[in-house]
Design a protein around this ligand. Structure first.
Ligand SMILES: *Cc1c(COP(=O)(O)O)cnc(C)c1O
Length: 438
């Protein structure tokens, strides 16, 4: 069922004679998104007392409110203060608390930005923020500094700078469109943007990060699918955080995307009092794979401003991973990551499975607590890889530009032919002393 009693009630408050087709029209949903406290109170019948109301108003003055009627309809009103959808969409005045350990831009996305809209952090891929708006403003948004700040939908001309950067940077083989929500752009704009990017010879894949299947599933229209289908391989990642978000409407949207041939992934954020429970996450990942969505990342909540009430200790994430590994299908478990403050990128975090090691044996433990050994080969011919494949017996026929010819980071330390034996911070005092004395 696409239109239930709660939705009918909401639609009735919005319009005198609501039509089912309106409810399922994404533009109608956007037009009637709940953006003020008054609207929220009127439509839900939930009323806040004066003092709380003032605090909430201050919060929404700082971080705007916007909830689609559809997403609002998922709130269980009788217990709204504990409701995971309410907490993600409406939140509370805790957002006004900022800690000294928090940042407006914790991932330094703006510092690693060579041109407006692009964050180039990893060697071979870029993040391209193609809009500043979303249909629903997540209270836990990591880009609160920008998103919703100005209702900014860039023009073709403004996007051209980013496209030019990608065109002029041959190492970029993967372009991740994000925002805001890229599906806030019109179908024709998306068509144009994808055609421009996909035409760049070194771009091998494009990905889109969108929360539309969760907060406005009617955005996934047949027309949108037919536009997107022209640009395979196109990967789509969405953002479900709680099993309550998987509804008949969101399932329908996911089915359309999966039938369109797009590999689907999901990025969840670990949020205190929303989904910080191994059983909730397990239920979520099971529902996702039933809908052909592969759980991709589980994020530790970033150090963005005003999110302290959402943050859990890292141990909670590890506990959740412990409850998944071995306990359920390998493809149902995400990788738990901490996005390094300052721009170091995503760092995977796992429970420890290696208990000990000798020269030819590894001692491991499994999910049950069984301790086991794996005997390593008695002899193994070292491969002195100098990244010059001609001297190697393995069969790898790289095209030009297909791989970097230099190792970077820890990979460099592992290499047998590179002279680097340590990576030393730039301001290391001991090394500075050596230089001074030299
Ligand atoms: C997350 C992210 C990517 C993509 O990372 P993957 O691990 O490949 O999914 C790329 N650029 C930036 C800046 C990111 O934050």
């Amino acid at each position: 069922m696409i239109y239930n009693k709660v939705q009918e009630e909401i639609a009735n408050k919005i319009e005198d004679k609501p039509q089912l087709s309106n409810w399922k029209d994404w533009k109608w949903q956007l037009k009637h998104s709940i953006k003020t406290l008054d609207q929220f109170e009127y439509i839900t019948g939930i009323c806040f007392e004066k003092k709380e109301r003032e605090q909430l108003q201050k919060t929404f003055d700082k971080f705007p409110l916007s909830i689609t009627p559809y997403y609002l309809s998922l709130i269980h009103k009788d217990n709204y203060r504990n409701d995971p959808v309410f907490k993600q969409a409406f939140g509370g005045s805790e957002e006004l608390n900022t800690l000294s350990s928090e940042y407006a831009d914790p991932l330094s996305e703006d510092k690693d930005s060579p041109v407006e809209g692009i964050t180039h952090r990893y060697p071979d891929r870029v993040l391209f923020q193609v809009s500043n708006v979303c249909s629903m403003y997540c209270r836990h948004c990591t880009r609160k500094r920008k998103v919703g700040d100005i209702d900014f939908i860039p023009s073709r001309k403004q996007l051209t700078t980013g496209i030019e950067y990608i065109r002029n940077t041959p190492q970029v083989r993967d372009v991740l469109l994000s925002g805001g929500d890229p599906f806030m752009l019109s179908d024709s704009m998306i068509d144009w943007l994808l055609s421009e990017i996909s035409r760049i010879p070194h771009v091998e894949v494009i990905r889109i990060g969108t929360r539309m299947p969760v907060v406005l599933p009617y955005r996934i229209t047949d027309n949108l699918i037919s536009v997107l289908k022209k640009y395979h391989p196109l990967w789509i990642n969405t953002h479900f955080n709680h099993p309550n978000e998987i509804t008949s409407s969101s399932k329908e949207a996911l089915a359309k995307l999966a039938d369109g041939g797009f590999p689907l992934g999901n990025q969840s954020v670990l949020l205190a009092d929303v989904n910080d429970c191994p059983r909730i996450i397990k239920s979520l990942v099971h529902k996702l794979v039933q809908n052909r969505v592969r759980p991709y990342y589980l994020y530790q909540c970033d150090l963005s401003e005003g999110l302290s009430h959402f943050r859990t200790p890292v141990g909670k994430g590890i506990e959740i991973m412990e409850s998944l590994v071995g306990h359920t299908s390998g493809f149902a478990r995400p990788v738990y990551v901490i996005d390094a403050p300052g721009g170091g990128g995503k760092i995977p975090v796992m429970p420890n499975y290696i208990i000990s090691w000798s020269t030819n044996k590894v001692v491991l433990r499994n999910y049950e607590g069984v301790i086991t050994t794996y005997k390593e080969p008695d002899s193994y011919a070292l491969k002195d890889c100098d990244r010059n494949c001609e001297s190697c017996n393995l069969d790898l026929n790289l095209q030009e530009n297909e791989d970097q010819d230099v190792a970077i980071g820890i990979e460099k330390l592992l290499s047998n032919t590179n002279d680097t034996i340590s990576l030393i911070p730039e301001d290391n005092e001991r090394i500075q002393r050596r230089n001074d004395n030299a």
